[in-house]
Design a protein around this ligand. Structure first.
Ligand SMILES: *Cc1c(COP(=O)(O)O)cnc(C)c1O
Length: 792
């Protein structure tokens, strides 16, 4: 490996060892690891072709990948070798690992799910391709200036991306605008604008390197490169205008995980990557099949949320306008290929495009959507409408065009059936299925938590990363004092690592013996970070009044970004930072309570924080969090959850046992009921002297003395509206936190409870989730047997 690295340094990077920078070494290491993926990758592709197997096409607007060096080295079983090679070369492997920028091509849970699925598909040997956009700028970088979020453009592609292969020959025309001409019963789309989608491929290698799939990301470029005539006339701007316009499409990731609708560029991004992906998969299919009607037997196309929902009309357009099939047959054929995953019930997050906008950007597709609507209304009179009040409802479109629609946790799927898609569910009672989300144990335990995974491997062997149910083998150790001590020591190691990092990066000293209480996720009112900070203030009040009452010392850790246009979320960030400044400098409580909020939460930060957590905050208003996957990562790493009966919390609690989970708050049904009573917030606050006091402190400017009115809006909203029922759940949350305090005082029982979490959440592996999709939606099988036969 050392020779390979040196060869890459010299021949790929053009550097000699004496002058190489950290970047050069990191690239050389990455390229040599990439080399090791190529043969298994080719073998897998070849096996898929020869066996003519059905493939999965996973269409996702986001892939929140994070760093790859360690992940790939681990999957290839090369971590020790890579480390040793770098040491021989006089380089610090850990420093190189840290030099890699996060591939942050996603906002949060949805994009991270797509990345976990890619890892599981490869590990399971399911022939699959992920399709997305190669954003030049991923999710913005967050900084705090005087406690306020400021956003900075992210520039992961400023350096070369080590893992990708550019495929200039894989390019497709993507059309926009113009008009449709109808003649002799045929439609012809005369577009106004055309850009090219060019492929960049990243191999995705599974555990132990047995199978590799492809993540194919599309980059937009102009069809005609450069207007030399304008340039020669001296009009330099005109010369590069069309180029700039085309490239804009894959320039930036929209930084809002809930309300991105209504923007023309966003619609173009969605159509851009969907249309390129469909052209690509059809080309592959037609290269060794001659009957387009066989497509559903060979292609399962999964839509990760409605972002690629235009796939339905686009596929129909190709079948009708290019292949001459009838409209009705094309709708049926397309439906047999498509599956749709719903990720949210929040009304503001359901995509709707103004009909005029969609018709302007995609005129032929609007006609086809009308045909889908007519066909649906013809077969099911009174069916919910796709076209409604001048809007195109992408949820209804995706539902009607999919043969299966899935929710992402048991509770969420029930709510999908009974709320957003209740009428469609009545018409199509077998279409909605559940596939509870999962996480890859390779990244979220084996990779991020060496202390714990070494201990686990010692006890139950090394097969668990590909068969996470084996963690059950740890259950019997919950009564083993010696083992629990080691289990606690692993956690302690991670907490020390985090303490050092926090002291270095946030300038706050925290005590590894305190309870590390962590809430990391996008900032959103439904996720209720504000309830957490209100509880923190209430706790501080009590501690300050009576510092010697035997408190459990706590460190409250927050992490997360707010969408740049989401005002309330930004106020919550500001409040947390303001409160932190006051509490962290209180000499009375200095050994009892600290708040830290490192900026720029991302996958890499998650990998450091989660293994160090004692308590995982999963406190969304019941009925609002579709699943959550952060909750699973924490439980797997031996944190206890304080949480509501929401999303996958419900199933986590069933798996780990009610006695190992701190439950509080209203249920989803009670939330709906409570909202019917006007003034519920005011009534709840008036019954809670503790909450009243906290709200009064904030309103009086206790945490922003130089700007006392800063949070009047936030506090007023809690009194008068409080749509997310912070007021109603506050006391129950506070009391449950105190139960957690009590439990934490006994390290032996706490560790046993934590172990019951790790040992019982094997079911939340994304391997299990992907197998569920393969069985219930895609009807595909592992092809691993095929490669094994071949390489034998
Ligand atoms: C897992 C993950 C999420 C999702 O977290 P939730 O708590 O489920 O919202 C978001 N961002 C990153 C970086 C993650 O790793």
């Amino acid at each position: 490996m050392k020779d390979e690295i040196l060869a890459h340094l010299r021949y790929s990077l053009g550097k000699d060892a004496g002058h190489a920078s950290v970047y050069d070494w990191r690239m050389a290491l990455s390229l040599s690891l990439r080399d090791r993926m190529v043969d298994p990758w080719f073998r897998s592709t070849q096996a898929s072709y020869e066996k003519r197997v059905k493939r999965v096409y996973y269409l996702s607007m986001e892939f929140l990948i994070g760093r790859l060096v360690e992940d790939i080295a681990a999957n290839l079983g090369l971590v020790d070798e890579a480390r040793a090679a770098m040491a021989d070369l006089g380089q610090d492997y850990d420093l190189l690992v840290k030099d890699e920028p996060d591939a942050a091509l996603g906002n949060g849970g949805l994009g991270r799910l797509a990345a976990c699925f890619m890892d599981s598909l490869a590990t399971l040997g399911i022939p699959a391709m992920g399709y997305g956009i190669r954003y030049e700028h991923g999710l913005f970088e967050q900084d705090f200036v005087e406690g306020k979020q400021v956003e900075k453009a992210e520039t992961w592609l400023a350096q070369r991306h080590a893992w990708e292969f550019e495929r200039p020959e894989v390019s497709y025309q993507i059309n926009f605008g113009g008009h449709v001409q109808h003649q002799d019963g045929k439609a012809k789309w005369h577009p106004h604008e055309t850009v090219l989608a060019t492929a960049y491929d990243t191999p995705v290698i599974g555990w132990q390197g047995k199978w590799a799939n492809t993540l194919r990301l599309w980059s937009a470029r102009p069809q005609t490169e450069f207007d030399l005539a304008s340039f020669n006339r001296g009009d330099y701007l005109a010369a590069s205008r069309s180029e700039a316009l085309a490239r804009t499409i894959s320039r930036v990731l929209y930084p809002d995980d809930t309300t991105e609708t209504g923007k023309e560029l966003r619609l173009k991004q969605e159509y851009f990557f969907t249309a390129a992906s469909l052209q690509d998969l059809l080309r592959r299919f037609l290269s060794d099949h001659d009957n387009i009607r066989d497509l559903p037997e060979f292609a399962a196309i999964q839509l990760n949320d409605t972002h690629p929902a235009i796939a339905g009309p686009e596929l129909i357009r190709i079948l009708v306008d290019r292949h001459g099939l009838g409209m009705v047959e094309s709708i049926e054929l397309a439906r047999r290929c498509l599956g749709y995953t719903n990720h949210t019930l929040l009304p503001e997050a359901l995509e709707r495009w103004p009909e005029w906008l969609l018709g302007r950007v995609l005129p032929r597709h609007l006609e086809i959507i009308r045909a889908i609507e007519d066909s649906q209304q013809g077969q099911h009179p009174g069916s919910p409408r796709i076209l409604d009040h001048g809007n195109v409802n992408m949820g209804e479109l995706a539902f009607i065009m999919a043969h299966k629609v899935n929710g992402v946790s048991a509770l969420h799927t029930d709510l999908v059936k009974s709320t957003v898609f209740a009428d469609l569910h009545r018409i199509h009672p077998t279409r909605i299925v559940n596939q509870t989300n999962g996480i890859t144990p390779r990244r979220w335990l084996h990779g991020c938590n060496p202390a714990l995974s070494t201990l686990i491997t010692r006890e139950i062997g090394d097969a668990w990363p590909a068969d996470l149910d084996q963690l059950r083998g740890l259950r019997s150790l919950a009564g083993d004092k010696g083992f629990l001590t080691e289990f606690r020591a692993a956690k302690r190691t991670n907490k020390e690592r985090l303490s050092n990092w926090v002291s270095e990066h946030c300038g706050v000293a925290i005590d590894p013996d305190a309870m590390f209480d962590i809430q990391i996720k996008r900032i959103h009112e439904y996720k209720r970070q504000h309830m957490n900070i209100l509880e923190t203030i209430a706790l501080w009040n009590d501690m300050h009044a009576n510092p010697t009452a035997g408190w459990t010392p706590r460190v409250k850790i927050f992490g997360g970004k707010a969408a740049p246009g989401y005002h309330v979320a930004k106020e919550i960030i500001h409040l947390i930072n303001d409160v932190a400044r006051v509490i962290n400098t209180d000499p009375v409580t200095r050994d009892l309570l600290k708040i830290v909020y490192p900026p720029n939460y991302n996958v890499t930060m998650a990998e450091m924080l989660i293994p160090a957590a004692d308590l995982s905050e999963q406190i969304s208003t019941a009925g609002k969090e579709a699943s959550g996957t952060g909750n699973m990562k924490f439980a797997l790493n031996g944190a206890l959850t304080i949480g509501t009966l929401d999303g996958a919390n419900v199933e986590i609690r069933e798996h780990v046992g009610a006695e190992n989970f701190f439950l509080f708050g209203l249920t989803a049904e009670e939330v709906v009921e409570r909202r019917k009573h006007p003034g519920y917030a005011r009534a709840a606050i008036e019954q809670s002297p503790r909450l009243q006091k906290v709200l009064a402190q904030i309103a009086e400017g206790r945490f922003a003395p130089q700007d006392p009115g800063r949070y009047h809006g936030l506090v007023g909203n809690l009194w008068d509206h409080d749509h997310f029922l912070v007021s109603c759940d506050f006391d129950s949350y506070f009391d449950t936190q105190r139960r957690a305090d009590e439990a934490f005082k006994n390290p032996a029982t706490w560790s046993a409870m934590a172990l019951h979490n790790t040992a019982n959440v094997g079911w939340f592996s994304s391997d299990r989730t992907v197998q569920g999709y393969a069985r219930d939606i895609w009807h595909v099988r592992s092809a691993l047997g095929a490669t094994l036969e071949q390489s034998a």
